[in-house]
Design a protein around this ligand. Structure first.
Ligand SMILES: Cc1cc2nc3c(=O)[nH]c(=O)nc-3n(C[C@H](O)[C@H](O)[C@H](O)COP(=O)(O)OP(=O)(O)OC[C@H]3O[C@@H](n4cnc5c(N)ncnc54)[C@H](O)[C@@H]3O)c2cc1C
Length: 415
């Protein structure tokens, strides 16, 4: 096949790049190392359940996703905006103060926050929503923790709400992530729903892939080296093109292009359980505000999207950060113990389904965090780069970076 462009990697960035090139009539071939497209967003079908490879959620406010995805076709099931926070041995329902300032702020009179926190949330919300995204990402920055302290939030509000909530989003319980990312995420939470597609998270890359003819995609095709106008495959085959787009995760991109220096990645473990009864009703995200035990957040997925099972059981996902030193077996034991403390003897009947540990889940996004809306996608003559590590470590960042690389590449081809 004659092709102008070879795209390496079939995650959201590669798919978004491919779709943009296709819409522009540029011939491309997408090469994906694994057996299927989707990259870090895959959903396994196990025992009648949809198991996302790691707990992930989609924000309907993501600006780039809005441009390219058909939300109606994804049949999105929203979470309750806010969460249930575990503190002092009880659950406290906390409507998202960024989404529903009035009801959400009332909830701050629970043991989670103070009266002054109420006013600080209003100020923080205003700041996160003001200005363009381009401007947001050029503001002075700090670590998220220091940023919240500078806002003078009470330690209770930080420890019980922000740490498990933003820590879960960034997979960073120390909150070292750039405050620019915190403002970006808070803006998304304030402007849209957090949701799951009816068909599992993989429905997102699957929808993008559905726009691409199968003849332009090769799975089971690992690229081992990149030259200026060609690539070499693991099989020894060589493919030529006018331009190359590297759309892999950061570490794989650095292997292909040694001059790249991407940030390291954060790790997370997600454990799935099946239960006859849900431990609580309603589409809630549960946050651990006690800073004890391995669980950061928990969710009964079937209370949000009943489509996640074809059985009459409930599907529970548990996310764990920072337990790198434990074996999966020891971790599972500690998680069981904590589940029992939280929900009592009913958990004895919960059936463990599977655990996923994703070592390279999200890029580390500490200061100095560059503006993802500026910068170069061309790293050498005819070679372009995209992926979440080039933008924000989110679904939106990956989709945006793929489109931007395609736009830059088209200009380069036309020059
Ligand atoms: C557990 C977890 C939770 C997350 N939570 C959220 C969330 O709640 N919200 C959110 O917005 N984002 C979340 N993210 C981040 C989001 O999923 C990613 O930012 C996004 O999917 C990255 O897409 P990508 O295309 O940049 O990279 P990837 O999806 O990693 O795609 C890269 C592709 O390149 C392929 N590849 C690698 N090397 C080669 C090679 N040599 N040759 C050919 N192909 C190659 C890989 O197989 C892969 O398919 C989460 C991620 C994880 C893992």
């Amino acid at each position: 096949m004659n092709t102008d462009v070879l795209i390496i990697g079939g995650g959201l960035a590669g798919l978004s790049c491919a779709k943009t090139l296709q819409d522009a009539g540029v011939a491309y071939l997408l090469l994906e190392a694994s057996e299927a497209l989707g990259g870090r967003i895959r959903t396994d079908h196990v025992d009648g359940f949809f198991l996302d490879r790691g707990f992930q959620v989609f924000s309907t406010a993501y600006p780039e996703a809005r441009r390219i995805l058909d939300y109606a076709a994804l049949k999105l099931h929203p979470f309750f905006p806010g969460g249930m926070i575990r503190f002092h041995g009880k659950w406290h329902r906390m409507p998202d103060p960024f989404r529903h300032p009035l009801t959400g702020l009332q909830a701050l009179f629970t043991p989670i926050g103070t009266l002054s926190d109420k006013f600080r949330v209003v100020k923080l919300r205003h700041r996160a929503l003001s200005g363009t995204l381009n401007e947001l990402f050029t503001r002075p920055e700090n670590s998220t923790l220091q940023y919240l302290k500078n806002f003078r939030f009470s330690s209770s509000m930080i420890e019980r709400f922000f740490r498990p909530f933003l820590g879960g989003v960034f997979l960073d319980s120390e909150l070292t992530t750039s405050s620019r990312m915190a403002e970006f995420v808070l803006r998304m939470f304030a402007s849209g729903d957090i949701a799951l597609p009816a068909g599992g998270m993989e429905a997102i890359p699957r929808q993008l892939a559905s726009y691409l003819p199968s003849g332009r995609i090769r799975t089971h095709t690992r690229v081992t080296s990149v030259q200026k106008t060609s690539v070499t495959l693991e099989s020894g085959e060589s493919l030529a093109a006018r331009a190359i787009v590297v759309a892999t995760e950061g570490p794989a991109a650095a292997e292909l292009l040694p001059r790249l220096n991407p940030a390291p990645y954060r790790r997370v473990t997600c454990l799935y359980y099946a239960a006859s009864e849900p431990p609580f009703s309603g589409p809630y995200l549960l946050l651990n505000g006690e800073r004890a035990g391995p669980i950061n957040n928990l969710c009964v997925l079937t209370q949000i999207a009943p489509t996640y099972t074809t059985t009459n059981k409930q599907l529970i996902s548990v996310s764990v950060l920072n337990y790198a030193d434990l074996s999966e077996e020891d971790l599972a034991t500690q998680v069981r113990q904590q589940l029992r403390e939280w929900f009592g003897s009913q958990t004895t009947d919960w059936q463990f389904i599977r655990a996923y540990t994703i070592n390279a889940a999200q890029p580390v996004q500490v200061p100095p965090f560059p503006n993802p809306y500026s910068g170069q996608t061309q790293v050498q003559d005819g070679v372009f780069v995209c992926g979440d590590f080039c933008a924000t470590g989110t679904i939106d960042g990956a989709i945006f970076s793929g489109r931007r690389a395609a736009d830059d590449l088209r200009k380069w081809l036309e020059a």
